[in-house]
Design a protein around this ligand. Structure first.
Ligand code: GUN
Length: 289
């Protein structure tokens, strides 16, 4: 069996088209949603993401505010920028690109963002609200992963889901979302005993470990749905660099029922969900349509 490839690029494009429609409606009522992205330092990967976010924000009709701060910016200076954005009425969403330089406490910065503008869904208020199922802003990568799953399986109730990775940004929130879908959820991580056996029990396998091609084809239950969150840059024997996921794609495709590719899977959905969270934040905060 060769797996169905879940096309994140196409799904993200559909989502952006729907968002452009929503934004146009808001604009006709005098509300133009705005997203502020703050980048500290000059990490090349972060620069690529930030550029891409700004471009897509404008493409769906929203306003983009970009703040590029020097690598030696102090925590106090960054907190002052966040404070200004919290009170800026044209700004509906605030994203501070992670990772931050060592002199800045990322948790402190996340907690300083107005929860109503926290379109990353990282503030403890949003984490708490989503955990108890009382609303709240859902983090973009987990939300994008769920939408990709729903595209191939609308009813996940009763399925065994295994999330490999326990980060606050992906692993933990993905597990919460799958629990809400009615899955029996296992969170596996670097300390788990016999990871391949745990993975093989999964009807839904979400890989979010950040280790290139760690999850082999033999770890996958025949017919499973595989969501690969990893984006790892590797250099092959010829010196050529390419992006691979956390899953050995060529092996997995022979076993799984459906799988997301890297690139073109979760990545495009993450940015589309950021735009979605911003439109929703604008609607909630400004009472539009
Ligand atoms: N760096 C890598 N992914 C993310 C993300 O989803 N949000 C933020 N703020 N920084 C990131």
């Amino acid at each position: 069996m060769t797996a169905q490839i879940i096309d994140g690029k196409a799904l993200a494009s559909q989502l952006r088209a729907a968002l452009a429609h929503d934004v146009a409606k808001l604009v006709s009522k005098g509300i133009r949603p705005g997203l502020a992205v703050v980048l500290v330092g000059d990490d090349p990967a972060s620069q690529v993401y930030v550029r891409s976010k700004a471009k897509q924000t404008v493409e769906v009709g929203m306003e983009s505010f970009e703040y590029r701060l020097a690598a030696d910016t102090t925590e106090a200076d960054l907190l002052a920028v966040v404070d200004k954005l919290n009170t800026n009425q044209s700004v509906d969403g605030i994203l501070v690109q992670l990772p931050l330089p060592a002199q800045i406490d990322a948790d402190k910065v996340i907690r300083a963002i107005d929860p109503a503008k926290d379109v990353d869904g990282f503030h403890p208020i949003n984490v708490g609200l989503t955990t108890i199922g009382a609303g709240g802003i859902v983090p973009c990568t987990p939300l994008g992963s769920l939408m990709l799953l729903r595209a191939v399986r609308s009813d996940m109730s009763g399925l065994n889901a295994v999330v490999v990775g326990r980060s606050n940004i992906v692993g933990k929130p993905v597990a919460q979302l799958l629990l809400k879908e009615g899955c029996t959820v296992t969170i596996a991580h670097s300390k788990s005993r016999d990871l391949p056996a745990i993975a093989r029990a999964a009807d839904i396998l979400v890989a979010a470990v950040g280790r290139p091609e760690m999850i082999r084809g033999t770890w996958i239950k025949p017919g499973a749905i595989v969501i690969d969150v990893g984006i790892n840059r590797v250099t092959d024997e010829t010196g050529k660099s390419r992006l691979v996921g956390d899953v050995a794609f060529a092996e997995a495709i022979e076993v799984a029922q459906a799988i997301t590719p890297v690139p073109g899977g979760v990545g495009p959905m993450t940015i589309a969900c950021l735009l979605k969270n911003t439109v929703e934040a604008a609607r909630v905060r400004r009472g539009g349509f």
